[in-house]
Structure formats: C-alpha cells, structure tokens
Design a protein around this ligand. Structure first.
Ligand SMILES: C[S@@+](CC[C@H](N)C(=O)[O-])C[C@H]1O[C@@H](n2cnc3c(N)ncnc32)[C@H](O)[C@@H]1O
Length: 261
C-alpha cells in the first residue's frame, strides 16, 4: 500500500492536518521520561514536528522516501527511510536498539500494518515497563452541513469501491483494532480517546485533501476520476462564497503501556 502515498506526497504534505497540542500533552503526560520517540509511518512529519517540542529526540521513519522529502527538517528529528518489514537487526541498525524508546507513535497509519509483527517490534524497542504506544486516526472532516453532504456521498458511496479493506478500522474509529497493551495511568482502558483538530481550509484545499486519499489514487489507476466536473460543481455550490472555512477532523486515540510483555 505504501506506493499509494508516493504519487500524492505533495498533496499529502499540503493538505493533511497537523494535530492539536492537547493530544500531544495528553500522550506526553503518560511517559515518565521524555528522551526518545519513534514516530512510525511519519509521512511528511505531521506528528514528528510537534513531538520534537516535547521530547529530546525523535526518530521519524517511513517506507516512502517521497513522503519524507516533504517533511519539515528539525535539529532533533532524524528522518529515516525503512523497508516495510524489518528484521531485528535492521530495526536496531536503522531505528534503535532494544528497550530504548519512551514512546512509539503512529498517526493515521496503524491500520496499514501487519499488527502482530509490528507489535512485536514495538514491544522490543520500548522501555519496560513504562514505555508507551500511542496510535490515532482521524475521520472525515466536518466543514458545513452543505459541504458535509457532498463529502459524505463521495466518501461512502462514490469512492467506496476504491478504499482498501483496512479502512474499515478507521471508519470504526479504531474501536475494533487489535491493541494488546495495558491502560496508562489515570484511565482504565486503552481508548479510543477523542480529540479534534481544526484547519482553516480553502476550496482548493478541500480538493487537494480529497486528491490525497489513497482511494483517489486507486481510482485514478483504474481510470476513474473521483473529482469529475459534476462532483466539483456540487462542491462549489455547497461551498458558497467563503474564501476559507474551518474544517474539524475528529481524532481517535488508542494509548497503552507495554508493561513487562
Ligand atoms: C496516511 S499516511 C500518515 C502519515 C502521517 N503519519 C500523518 O499523520 O499524516 C500513512 C503513511 O504510512 C506509511 N507506511 C505505510 N506502511 C508503512 C510501514 N510498513 N512502515 C512505515 N511506514 C509505512 C506510508 O508511506 C504513509 O506515509
């Protein structure tokens, strides 16, 4: 699936939301030390740049070099291209040695992973017993009643055949995703915990966001343009005269502690 994010890497960097401070503060309050984070599937660093303000160092990895090209470069973030599956030796050489990580984050990507292999690696790199894994996804933005109707129709009906089956986990707000970790201090479950991120979107920004969908890319490869003239016209009419609108993306966080696993 990683190639789905290669062709629209620029659209992705331009149109995807970053995440709210409250989300990172909540996560950071659960790790006893703030030395090292592994942001897996960092894309163009949407989470890495915020983690860099709360943790001493961030290792941000992705299977797509093209995505990494568009990431914000910061002195305490090491961007690293990785293969989609890594042996322990590769993990140690490219990412980090065993038991060294305070926090593993995965933003809008856990649903793409082979979970049992990935969790084994997470458990290997995290400090025991207090190392934390935090994985979140976000769903369709809410923009205005009129725009939401057109967007929902495009998402749930027109683009439906082009989404990978893994997308169902996002549709279910990560409620059903396998997450074998202990509850962190102060709560009695691993989520999902809800947050929201807001962006100030232009009409072109909305179209760019849709073009960054993996389903848009898949449809295009099959000769189908999801943003045909008729759909764009419907969006234009629904959008109205505003130059910008607030788009609110609901976020769903799963968070857990590794324990002595
Ligand atoms: C939807 S994007 C999320 C990017 C970013 N984390 C964000 O919050 O917007 C999914 C990312 O997962 C990456 N990816 C997919 N499979 C991966 C794997 N096995 N290891 C690392 N990255 C992977 C893709 O290249 C893509 O950049």
């Amino acid at each position: 699936m990683a190639e789905l994010f290669v062709n629209q890497a620029k659209q992705y960097a331009d149109s995807r939301p970053s995440y709210p401070l409250q989300l990172f503060q909540f996560i950071a309050s659960k790790t006893p030390s703030h030395n090292l984070v592994w942001d897996v599937a960092t894309g163009s660093g949407q989470a890495a740049k915020s983690l860099a303000t709360l943790y001493k160092n961030v290792i941000a990895t992705d299977v797509s070099e093209k995505q990494l090209e568009f990431a914000t470069k910061l002195p305490n973030v090491r961007y690293q291209h990785t293969p989609s599956t890594m042996s322990k030796i590769e993990l140690e050489q490219l990412v980090t040695p065993e038991g060294t990580i305070d926090l593993v984050t995965i933003a809008q990507a856990l649903h793409w992973f082979d979970l049992s292999t990935f969790y084994e690696q997470v458990k290997w790199v995290l400090k025991k017993p207090h190392g934390i894994i935090a994985a979140w996804c976000y769903n369709l933005p809410r923009i205005s009643n009129e725009v939401d109707i057109v967007l929902d129709q495009l998402y749930s009906v027109i683009s439906k055949p082009y989404w990978d089956s893994a997308r169902k986990l996002v549709d279910e707000n990560y409620r059903s995703i396998d997450f074998p970790f202990e509850a962190v201090d102060g709560v009695d479950h691993t989520g999902p915990f809800e947050f929201v991120t807001e962006t100030n979107m232009t009409f072109d920004g909305l179209l760019t966001y849709i073009r960054s969908w993996s389903a848009y890319q898949t449809a295009k490869e099959k000769g189908v343009e999801l943003l045909g003239d008729d759909v764009v016209e419907k969006f234009k009419f629904a959008w109205g005269e505003d130059v910008r609108k607030t788009a609110k993306f609901p976020i769903y966080l799963r968070i857990g502690r590794v324990g002595n696993a």
